[in-house]
Write a protein that binds this ligand. Structure first.
Ligand SMILES: Cc1cc2nc3c(=O)[nH]c(=O)nc-3n(C[C@H](O)[C@H](O)[C@H](O)COP(=O)(O)OP(=O)(O)OC[C@H]3O[C@@H](n4cnc5c(N)ncnc54)[C@H](O)[C@@H]3O)c2cc1C
Length: 445
């Protein structure tokens, strides 16, 4: 590779850059272009990943496995330690295998065997076994993983200086040579050759690229994590309870923890409630007459694990939505394609994105004409990933709308005919088929 290549393999403090802003007719009108000259407080970094969530850390680790260094900027003071768990299907596990963290996680989280669906009166409507339903070559693997543990496990495998906390991006400017000047809220600046926006549903990077705000789906979810110090009593199944305009679910995470959620219709986002005790009370009120085990799990949930989230998504209409990349800036995970959690695929797809993007980027960086190749790699990332994430986003939204039906006749048909007699789980899980090879420094050559 050309002279640039070695700089991608390590970060260099850069002390002689200075910026003055001009407009370039060659760039999009809303992107400010800066000519960067000498300035002492601008540090140079080849690859900057904005956001230290699942996508950001998985992308950094994928690049690291491919022998390419990057810097992750996370706005928070530490990794997110709050929150509950995420159900990861086999596509998520294939990525975690490829980047070498799956076997650290597996012993900590129970393998879920199947799914049981009940009515609000507690009548079993249908039970499925994941492995029996999934006839594909690679058998199903489902585990609910604590987000905190997933983030810690990913970050522990990164070099110590690869993750920088208290580093909130406030603004981006394009420079005349196509690099990006990143302004952080603490006043510091970074000049980056490549920017990967992994900054979640309210992504400032996506906003800068012209993406619209995610759209509210009309449903909100309460979530929490029940804690049973003496051991939780549930079998290894995902349990769903379907009511009218209301549904709930719980899934054992580990021998002592059980994740639960309640999804309810709400025409507006409602007031922002942050007091966890109030949230817990509200959640319990919704399912007071439902099967008692749900109430018990909520009662066993420490206040700090309970949260309420409006469910949002963004549909990436061809020709209407901006491209996933502008020059050498690209968006990944929720920053690009926020989807409602009805299929349990947001984090799984963020993981898939990470490994696909990192493989293409690592190859481009090692080429002789890396600037051109990086932009081409990002376009190729979008071409490969858009047909995967766009239909899934729509499908997740439609599934949510169907499951949140309020009409009593429709709900009765769903519970008494569709679910017991017509639904087959296998085709509904086809989207979890995804393969990728283990990443190593030689695999991008
Ligand atoms: C109720 C609910 C249930 C879900 N259940 C599942 C599930 O079971 N399975 C599944 O696969 N997915 C699930 N998801 C989806 C999953 O949570 C997301 O898809 C996943 O977290 C996306 O990861 P991300 O890294 O793209 O974004 P995030 O996890 O949001 O991470 C973004 C990071 O960027 C940081 N950041 C933001 N702005 C800045 C800034 N300006 N500067 C620096 N850093 C910044 C944030 O602090 C954060 O750390 C669920 C989502 C919800 C809402």
């Amino acid at each position: 590779m050309a002279a640039n290549r070695s700089s991608f393999l390590g970060s260099t403090p850069f002390n002689f850059w200075h910026q003055s802003t001009v407009r370039s007719p060659k760039t999009r009108p809303n992107v400010r272009v800066s000519v960067v000259k000498s300035e002492s407080n601008v540090r140079k970094q080849d690859i900057v990943i904005v956001g230290g969530g699942i996508a950001g850390l998985a992308t950094a680790l994928s690049l690291h496995r491919l022998g390419v260094s990057s810097l992750v900027l996370e706005q928070a003071e530490s990794l997110r330690t709050t929150g509950t768990s995420l159900t990861l299907f086999k596509n998520g596990w294939r990525v975690l295998d490829a980047i070498g963290v799956a076997n650290d996680l597996r012993p900590q989280f129970l393998e879920i065997q199947g799914m049981v669906v009940k009515s609000e009166e507690g009548r079993e409507l249908r039970a499925f076994n994941f492995k029996q339903e999934d006839q594909s070559a690679c058998s199903q693997e489902v585990r609910a993983v604590e987000r905190r543990v997933l983030l810690e496990t990913l970050s522990e495998k990164l070099p110590k200086d690869a993750l920088q906390f208290s580093s909130k991006l406030s603004n981006i400017e394009s420079t005349s040579n196509g690099d990006s000047l990143l302004h952080l809220v603490d006043g510091s600046k970074l000049l980056a050759k490549v920017v990967i926006g992994c900054d979640g549903i309210r992504s400032p990077v996506a906003k800068w690229m012209g993406f619209s705000e995610p759209k509210y789906s009309g449903h909100c979810a309460y979530r929490g994590l029940g804690f049973y110090p003496e051991g939780q009593p549930f079998g290894p199944n995902v349990n769903y309870i379907y009511g009218r305009g209301l549904r709930a679910g719980y899934v054992p995470v580990s021998p002592t923890k059980v994740y639960w959620f309640i999804c309810f219709n709400s025409p507006s986002l409602g007031p922002r409630i942050t007091d966890p005790a109030v949230l817990k009370k509200e959640a319990k009120k919704l399912v007071a007459k439902w099967p008692s085990e749900l109430m018990n799990i909520i009662e066993c949930s420490p206040d700090e694990t309970v949260s309420r989230t409006p469910l949002v998504d963004r549909w990436l209409w061809p020709g209407l939505s901006p491209a996933a990349s502008t020059g050498k800036v690209v968006v990944v995970g929720d920053a690009w394609h926020p989807m409602t959690p009805n299929l349990g695929q947001g984090a799984c797809c963020a993981l898939e994105d990470s490994v696909v993007l990192a493989t293409k980027l690592a190859k481009a960086i090692k080429s002789d004409n890396d600037d051109v190749e990086i932009e081409a790699a990002f376009r190729s990332f979008e071409s490969e990933r858009w047909p995967r994430v766009f239909p899934l986003t729509i499908r997740a939204n439609l599934v949510g709308s169907i499951l949140q039906w309020e009409n009593p006749v429709v709900c009765s048909v769903r519970n008494n005919i569709v679910l017991p007699k017509l639904v087959s789980l296998g085709p509904l899980l086809e989207h979890t088929n995804f393969t990728c090879d283990p990443l190593s420094a030689t695999s991008s050559n």
